[in-house]
Design a protein around this ligand. Structure first.
Ligand code: IVH
Length: 676
């Protein structure tokens, strides 16, 4: 390669890497797999090594990035949070050991091998054994204060268990990883699908998207988990090795990695990595590799660090399991809101322990971007070990007869011309009477997270729609016993049960009803916020933009511009209004949330942020009192915050309140205000 060509390529690679960093860190919506990202980085590093004249001091060889976001208070780590060098090659792993052998002049170096958890790095500070702060890595020097969100993690104790044998230091920054279990990831994505929201690519993106929610209440609805695996700052020092640290962490009552291995020398490291690879599929969380660390802290200090990563540790990453297979057909699924989702029907292929026969192709643009065609051989990977994704086409095996895929211009179910809404990538079937949409709407309305109508599952809905008894949601309430009895033998009891369940659903909670309407982007959490705010379906139907957004900020916490637009758009549609009216006329009376504790409303319209330790109550108790008096609790201080309720050892939130001029009150003042 000529220097000029190398320069051009280096510049292009750098742009790509920074583009993908932005998608990965700030938006938690990556476009390429970690593996492909690592390859890009590797290409860049290799070229820079060959052409040092074009190398940049700021080009990281591994992902350091910057995860900080607007809306969070930044906090400076007492000790810099570094990332790790990573490799996919056994030879490089052995070379890592050899470098240390050279440094120390001995072969028998002791290591600890740990699973590399696929989540996001966090630093948790305990002072005198009490949890005071949790901060993301940010740029390594300073990160976002996510304490309120971290407190929603049940396995993270507010206080460490101290004992004579395992004393707790005055101040310790403990490093770890926040993640979601694979099961929780699936549950949440299913909910997103129901709300017509884009799915998360993998558990790690979902975990980082969750940690970066400004409202801890939303965070609490997703079960974040944590493991702690390292010491940052510690005063006074309480341990001098990684293996002893793991012991300490367990005795303090902190969750830690599932298993660790002690290894001396490269062969033992490699054997441990192999064992981990066999075991990791049984873990509840995704592991994408092994982290190998020198055990002795003295040796760690001596080995030191480059400007990018420590020399005493390395991450060995497992190559994602991929398989090549043929696309037999591309089918189109019609969602509840008419979104047309292309799905690759694959020649079944074994991948990470299961058989993969279908993979989502996301949308029209994605197919065009990857130029995916029916008949192509494609590389399939299970992203986050769950959802199969088509990574790329093997052009060498493309049959000459393969034609560019044309996204259907019509809905495959009802034949209506498909449309594309402004600002949307998805194609939609605009026909609300499309049988596929009707079935999905009914399924959603009757589902557990909505009106929870027992007996109205997929099969029953299919029957009701096919027989023409139900064309829209209100028809459920007009179902006749004598019709249901014709559905088969011994159906009397199930017909009666179904009718009883339908009757009960008439008095469901308002949020269930709102969620059940299937307004795009409105999931359970938003439905609850809307129900709490509007307290009736009619005011919600009449709401205007200014009821949601004033001075470019949300009037109702948790309801942003996109959602506001979707809600207004939904109720602007005469058919939707007519449907809601019919439901009400059929006797549906959604129940507004009950006001708690004697119906006090002294804090109506007020938003509180709680920080520090209160003398006579926990923050959860204070939050319950605020909400019972119609107030709101938020996790972060902004100009919109009405009061910061601060206790002992209040940290950055107090500082932020002072800098913004937000009134700060103590517990006594709070109790006075509560009395009204
Ligand atoms: S040690 C200076 N141990 O992987 C050493 N990191 O690719 C810092 N990670 O930034 C990290 N599991 O977010 C360490 N057992 C483990 C880990 C782990 C996951 C993450 C961490 C780190 C990244 C490096």
């Amino acid at each position: 390669m000529t220097p000029a060509a190398a320069h051009k390529r280096i510049t292009a690679l750098r742009e790509q890497v920074s583009h993908h960093d932005e998608l990965y860190y700030r938006r938690a919506q990556p476009e390429i797999s970690d593996y492909d990202y690592d390859l890009l980085k590797r290409d860049l590093a290799d070229l820079e090594a060959k052409f040092p004249q074009f190398a940049s001091a700021t080009t990281p060889t591994e992902r350091v990035g910057d995860d900080r976001l607007e809306g969070f208070v930044t906090y400076r780590h007492r000790q810099r949070m570094q990332s790790l060098d990573n490799t996919y090659s056994e030879a490089e792993l052995r070379a890592f050991h050899q470098r240390l052998v050279k440094t120390f002049g001995r072969e028998d170096l002791a290591y600890v091998v740990e699973p590399k958890i696929d989540g996001l790095a966090v630093s948790v500070t305990y002072e005198k054994g009490k949890l005071v702060r949790a901060v993301t890595r940010g740029n390594g020097e300073e990160g976002d204060d996510i304490t309120a969100n971290a407190r929603t993690i049940h396995s993270l104790p507010a206080e460490l268990k101290a004992s004579k044998k395992f004393p707790v230091p005055g101040v310790i920054e403990i490093r770890g990883e926040i993640f979601l279990t694979l099961a929780e990831f699936q549950r949440i994505n299913q909910e997103r699908e129901e709300a017509s929201e884009p799915l998360y690519a993998n558990p790690r993106n979902l975990a980082s998207g969750t940690v970066k929610q400004l409202d801890p209440k939303l965070v609490a609805q997703r079960k974040l988990e944590i493991v702690l695996y390292g010491v940052g700052f510690c005063e006074p020092a309480v341990t001098d090795s990684q293996s002893h640290f793991h012991e300490l962490v367990k005795h303090w009552g902190l969750p830690t990695v599932e298993r660790t291995w002690k290894a001396t020398g490269a062969d033992e490291i490699w054997a441990a990595v192999g064992q981990l690879d066999k075991l990791r599929h049984s873990f509840a969380y995704g592991t994408d590799g092994a982290v190998v660390k020198l055990d002795s802290f003295t040796q760690q200090r001596e080995a030191g660090a480059t400007s990018k990563a420590p020399r005493w540790a390395i991450a060995y990453k497992f190559e994602p399991e991929r398989a090549e297979t043929r696309i037999n057909a591309i089918s189109i699924q019609v969602g509840r809101t008419g979104v047309l989702t292309p799905v690759a029907e694959l020649e079944p292929v074994a991948l990470s322990g299961t058989t993969v026969a279908r993979a989502t192709l996301h949308n029209k643009d994605e197919i065009a971007r990857k130029d995916i065609r029916v008949g192509d051989y494609v590389l399939v990977e299970k992203a986050g070990e769950i959802i199969p994704a088509v990574i790329e086409v093997n052009l060498k095996r493309r049959p000459p007869s393969c034609r560019v895929y044309r996204f259907p211009a019509h809905c495959p179910i009802c034949g209506t011309a498909a449309i594309q809404l402004e600002d949307e990538v998805a194609m939609r079937c605009p026909n609300m009477n499309c049988p596929a949409q009707v079935r999905r709407r009914l399924q959603h309305f009757a589902s557990k997270a909505c009106l929870d109508i027992d007996g109205l599952g997929e099969a029953m809905i299919e029957e009701l729609v096919t027989r023409g008894w139900v064309k829209e949601l209100p028809d459920i309430y007009g179902l006749r016993r004598e019709d249901l009895l014709t559905l088969g033998k011994s159906v009397e009891k199930s017909a009666d049960n179904l009718l009883a369940a339908i009757e009960t659903s008439k008095r469901s909670e308002l949020w269930r009803f709102i969620h059940g309407l299937g307004i795009p982007h409105v999931g359970v959490a938003a439905a609850k916020d809307l129900a709490g705010h509007f307290r009736g379906i009619e005011p919600l139907m009449e709401a205007k933009t200014e009821n949601f957004i004033a001075n470019k900020t949300s009037v109702i916490e948790g309801i942003g511009e996109t959602m506001a637009r979707a809600i207004i758009g939904y109720f602007n549609e005469p058919r939707n209004r007519a449907m809601v009216t019919s439901l009400l006329e059929a006797g549906v009376q959604p129940q507004a949330p009950v006001k708690l504790a004697g119906g006090s409303t002294v804090f109506a319209g007020k938003t509180f942020v709680l920080t520090g330790t209160l003398p006579h109550m926990t923050r959860e108790e204070a939050a319950a009192k605020i909400e019972a008096a119609a107030g709101k609790v938020s996790g972060s201080v902004s100009k919109k915050t009405s009061y910061v309720l601060a206790g002992a050892e209040a940290g950055s939130k107090l500082e932020k309140a002072q800098s913004l001029g937000v009134p700060v009150i103590d517990e006594a003042e709070f109790l006075r205000m509560l009395k009204g």
